[in-house]
Ligand binder design. Structure first.
Ligand code: SF4
Length: 736
């Protein structure tokens, strides 16, 4: 047995591995789990990936990876992969294998039949932030320009819609301004509703490299892993963040910490904002948020006195009932203190999924390709010209958001649904309602790696898809860096890349002619370049996939002008000239260094609204607040892929658990490790009690990865982004 083993260099940390797994070549690509976008070295044997290690050269992760990255290949090796299309037998009710020809025929006949009976817009799709950008773009173009559909959304609605809307309204474009170097260059980092220690561990490692010994302020109801490493924790009451941020703005104004010259030169609306926040006194906000005045004052002091302050947020902000204004309250703080466009600063939304950023710009769902607006005639004409298609083929109306599509199923407006690479039956808020409603559909198609997800189990047709590593394309990470994914494994059985499936469907639908130029992912990338020209996300300077591979990914914007050698006497700006001098991997492509935003007058806007009550306050029957969030860095969303790895499964509890404060446990007779019943107005579940002071009295936390959690959550939405508020609902606890 041991004769088969070979010692692998210690730097890889692999110890002894069987010789048949010894690599004979190495290539590089980016990880397909989270938005950090780490570079991985892929070790190949006979052209097939046999192992992965972090890429020490990649500018994002500098040789580091989290457990998910190390284990990324195991998700492809699962025994329950979808290997053939499956069609539900209407008599037996079983899913049975069929040919691709039959599957596409069925897809086309049944969706077209629904459109004929119920109208063009009676079909919809729900997609993902996990596919490659080229695939998202082809899907959105196929559905809206080829199939005549309108209503579509993706699971990025559940994580990033708020950041998208907040940036677009405040900056004029969905433009996260930062680069990861800002983690290393801040004097003070303010994390709001973010736990990078486990949710974005490589970004946290970047922060630990910061030589400036920065102050770390965390605003979070829980004492998270990040809080345990912070300078200052503000354990605010759930959903009091908007009030608190307005109070901080008011206190900064009163102590004269406003950068007046920046505000006057580059923003609009500050005076109205200053008047508005005047009523948010320290006494009032500390009472509303349940905070000590001394902690509040220290937070204000640190923000006011540190030279480089950066504000970072994730789902604690985005998944709230007033999330857009909360994100904009952070943007307002950065603007008023001049903490934007300089190293170590910024109002910085960290995204979740590996290609949420690609989805935001190119999925053709909420925004027209390239971050344009469907409602603007000029934008539709521009895209039609670039794609050489009639302008009339581009809808001028906006799609319904995810929750509106779900409501549309209830009302009968939506009769056919195509779910691609997402697991709505687990992840959508108020899960039982969703699962009841899908029974009303005349046709449910699920396209996924696995026919075993909760959603695929309900499908009429399952289309087997290749996964990350079995196809090629690009992903855009949180710092706007475009990274390359390569095909390093053969997909099992008859599974096809999503790109190939969309092309097959286009042919079957009879609109393949519209997509002749989209003959491969790299050909589609060239189309995306064309669509980006002159936009804030211009990437016309990226030559091709090889260019991305050689440079370690490239952050947008990267317009062609930056790649030309400047001619003598050229009037190019100093910053443009500076970009010629170094390779892209050495550049920090931070936005707004010149104070010029993307609004018509190039000024950022101060936007604000009065805080609103939560949808479901606590009551005598439901006296506690349920918080949800990420559990460990070994888990990813619904565990569809991470659950396939025996190693990752060892890193988190197998059964659902609930964090409960010791005072509550004592009061309710709940014993540590015992079973606890958690009940909301919609459903109940039983979990293992983890009695811990990391949650405050009156609160209970359950990781989102366990399938029953969203049976409890309350379907309320931010009015601007329509992002669900996963972070607050009223529950009751009792020993089970
Ligand atoms: S931090 Fe994200 S991108 Fe990096 S290895 Fe982990 S899952 Fe992959």
């Amino acid at each position: 047995m041991t004769s088969d083993l070979v010692r692998v260099p210690g730097a890889f940390g692999l110890g002894q591995v069987p010789a048949r797994f010894m690599p004979d070549a190495v290539t590089t690509m980016v990880c397909g789990y989270c938005s950090t976008g780490c570079g991985l070295q892929v070790h190949l044997r006979n052209g097939e990936a046999v192992n992965l290690t972090p890429d020490p050269e990649y500018p994002v992760n500098l040789g580091m990876a989290c457990p998910k990255g190390w284990e990324a290949l195991t998700a492809l090796e699962a025994t329950d992969r979808a290997t053939r299309p499956l069609l539900r037998n209407r008599e037996t009710g079983a899913l049975e294998p069929v040919s691709w020809l039959r599957a596409v025929d069925e897809f086309v006949a049944r969706f077209k039949g629904i459109q004929e009976r119920h109208g063009q817009h009676s079909i919809a799709f729900l997609s993902t932030g996990q596919m490659c950008t080229e695939e998202m773009a082809l899907l959105g173009a196929l559905f809206k320009f080829g199939m005549g559909g309108l209503h579509c959304d993706s699971n990025t609605r559940q994580c990033m819609a708020t950041a998208h809307v907040a940036y677009k309204q405040s900056f004029g474009f969905d433009a996260p301004p930062f680069t990861y170097a800002d983690f290393e260059e801040s004097d003070c980092l303010v994390f709001v509703g973010a736990n990078p220690c486990i949710a974005h561990p490589i970004m946290w490692q970047r922060m630990l490299r910061n030589p400036r010994k920065p102050d770390i302020i965390v605003l979070d109801p829980r004492r998270t892993e990040t809080v345990m490493n912070a300078t200052l924790h503000l354990p605010l009451a759930p959903k009091s963040d908007l009030t608190l941020l307005y109070g901080i703005a008011n206190a900064l104004i009163r102590r004269g910490a406003v950068k007046r010259d920046f505000v006057e030169a580059h923003t609009n609306g500050f005076e109205n904002f200053a008047r508005f926040v005047g009523e948010f006194t320290p006494e009032q906000v500390c009472a509303a948020a349940g905070l000590d005045r001394a902690d509040f004052d220290q937070c204000v002091e640190l923000i006011a006195t540190r030279v480089r302050v950066s504000f970072w947020w994730t789902m604690g902000v985005n998944q709230g009932h007033e999330s857009t204004r909360t994100a904009q309250a952070l943007i307002n703080l950065a603007l008023m203190t001049g903490n934007i466009g300089r190293p170590g600063t910024g109002a910085n939304s960290i995204t979740g999924q590996c290609n949420a950023m690609g989805s935001r710009l190119y999925s053709n769902v909420t925004s027209l390709l390239g971050g344009r607006d469907f409602a603007q005639t000029a934008h539709r004409e521009e895209v039609a010209g670039l794609l050489e298609m009639p302008t009339e083929a581009i809808p001028s109306a906006s799609s319904w958001a995810y929750d509106q599509i779900v409501d549309g199923i209830e009302s009968g407006a939506i009769r056919g649904l195509w779910v691609i690479a997402t697991n709505s039956s687990h992840s959508w808020i108020q899960q039982d309602r969703f699962n009841e409603l899908v029974k009303k559909l005349e046709f449910l198609v699920v396209q996924d790696l696995y026919p075993t997800t909760e959603t695929a189990q309900r499908a009429d047709l399952v289309l087997p898809a290749a996964g990350w590593g079995e196809k090629e394309g690009t992903l855009i990470n949180s710092e706007r860096r475009i990274g390359l994914v390569k095909k390093v494994r053969r997909a099992p059985g008859e599974a096809l890349s999503d790109f190939s499936i969309f092309r097959l469907i286009a042919e079957g639908w009879g609109c393949g002619g519209l997509f002749r130029e989209w003959r491969s992912p790299e050909a589609a990338f060239q189309i995306l370049k064309r669509l980006s020209a002159g936009r804030p996300c211009d990437i016309t300077g990226v030559r091709d996939y090889r260019h991305l591979d050689e440079t370690g990914g490239i952050q947008w914007p990267y317009p062609e002008v930056e790649c030309r050698k400047p001619e003598t006497g050229s009037e190019e700006t100093a910053s443009q000239l500076a970009l010629h001098t170094s390779d892209s991997k050495d550049k920090e492509r931070r936005l707004f260094a010149d104070g010029q935003f993307f609004t018509p007058d190039r000024r950022a806007l101060f936007l604000f609204d009065s805080p609103r009550p939560v949808a479901e306050p606590t009551s005598s029957e439901f006296p506690m607040v349920l918080l949800t969030g990420r559990g460990t860095s070994a888990q990813w969303h619904t565990n569809t892929r991470t659950g396939k790895s025996a190693i990752l499964r060892k890193l988190y509890p197998a059964e659902c658990y609930a964090e409960i404060h010791p005072d509550d446990a004592r009061r309710l007779g709940i014993v540590p490790g015992g079973k606890v019943r958690i009940r909301s107005r919609r459903a109940e579940l039983v979990a293992n009690a983890f009695v811990t002071p990391t949650v405050q009295p009156g609160q209970v936390f359950i990781p989102m990865h366990y399938d029953a959690v969203n049976r409890l959550t309350c379907a309320s939405f931010d009015p601007h982004s329509r992002q669900p508020s996963y972070k607050h609902c009223a529950v009751a606890l009792a020993p089970a």
